[in-house]
Design a protein around this ligand. Structure first.
Ligand code: APR
Length: 320
């Protein structure tokens, strides 16, 4: 059977890490695309030279030509710029919207059957715009945010409870970052919900609230430390988890930014909810009864995404 093909649009920090993980896990052959000449070719060659040491046979190719993504099974998009000091939200939106237009058209023309995972920020707006520009079915275009947000939450919770991260599950909803909604009632240690763990004296509500706040600003904390860039290891491994779920038809239940059509009372909007990812792309959206508090927080998140979409439509009237 032919190997799968994974195309990575954007060969920056996340793109390079995605390429390494995809090759090391032998998920398939990897094509790294970027608009900057030399960078994807250089990274692909450097990574290919890991093969003999790490023992992988995945082929890696760097390119500046969209024709090379033809036939890709999975496409992961990290193309764009990060917000720099002095840049307004609308400046960033304007720049990355143009990038999503070019990427969406490149995908539509060359790999319309791919499963597309968007990582570019502001995530919930960019994944929506990428879907609009590419014209792919909604179940084949998803955004990576919840896996990363819940990984951050799980890491902090495992640290708080002094247990293995493996035994900590987290349930998050909503937009990426500031407005994400961790649902503590559904977040557990080996099946024991956090409120029960608080009753058992493992932590306090105040400490859990502080962890939730730290998780929400998890990206910003890393930018503050790195100063010249943003997080890339955990975003990349989170994207790979979603790609693997699709390629191996694993039916993973993962929080992803997906298009809602009535679920949670929301329509025509991408926002983070748990869903089943398998060979059919987004196979099912998991809709649970929310507590009044989670419902209110989710609405704040949805309103923030709506505002971003309004700004996108004002910048590019073809989206209206
Ligand atoms: N087409 C393809 N690649 C592009 C385009 C474009 N139109 N415009 C920019 N790029 C490339 C840049 O040349 C760069 O190599 O996108 C890459 C972005 O890489 P980095 O700046 O290193 O950013 P990274 O840390 O990888 O993050 C990428 O993901 O989490 C988000 O906020 C983050 O939006 C950012 C994205």
């Amino acid at each position: 059977m032919a190997r799968s093909k994974i195309a990575l649009i954007g060969a920056g920090n996340i793109g390079g890490t995605l390429a390494h993980l995809a090759a090391a896990k032998e998920l398939g052959d990897v094509v790294l695309f970027d608009v900057v000449e030399g960078v994807p070719q250089g990274k692909a060659l450097d990574l290919a030279q890991c093969g003999p040491v790490e023992g992988f046979d995945s082929a890696l190719k760097g390119t500046n030509d969209y024709a090379d993504i033809a036939g890709a099974n999975v496409i992961i998009v990290t193309a764009g710029v990060a917000r720099k000091p002095g840049m307004s939200r609308d400046d960033l939106l304007g720049i990355n919207l143009k990038v999503m237009k070019a990427v969406g058209e490149g995908i539509k023309a060359n790999a319309p059957d791919a499963f597309v995972i968007c990582i570019t920020n502001p995530l919930d707006a960019m994944v929506w715009a990428l879907r609009e520009f590419s014209g792919l079915p909604h179940n084949k275009v998803v955004g990576m945010a919840g896996v990363l947000d819940s990984a951050r939450f799980r890491h902090f919770l495992a640290d708080e409870f002094k247990v293995s991260v493996k035994d900590v599950t987290a349930f998050v909803l909503g937009g990426h970052g500031d407005t994400m909604v961790p649902v503590v009632e559904y977040s557990t240690v080996a099946g024991i919900p956090i409120p029960d763990l608080i009753k058992m004296g493992w932590s306090t509500k105040e400490r859990i609230d502080a962890i939730v706040a730290r998780t929400r600003s998890g990206g910003g904390e890393i930018v503050g430390l790195l100063k010249t860039g943003s997080a890339f290891y955990a975003p990349a491994t989170s994207g790979i988890e979603m790609a693997e779920a699709y390629l191996k038809d694993k039916k993973r239940v993962l929080p992803c930014a997906v298009n809602l059509s009535g679920e949670y009372g929301v329509s025509d909007l991408y926002v983070g909810v748990p869903c089943v990812i398998g060979a059919g792309g987004v196979e099912k959206i998991v809709e649970i009864e929310l507590t009044a508090e989670a419902k209110a927080n989710f609405q704040v998140s949805v309103d923030a995404v709506k505002e971003l979409l309004t700004a996108c439509k004002a910048i590019d009237p073809t989206l209206a």
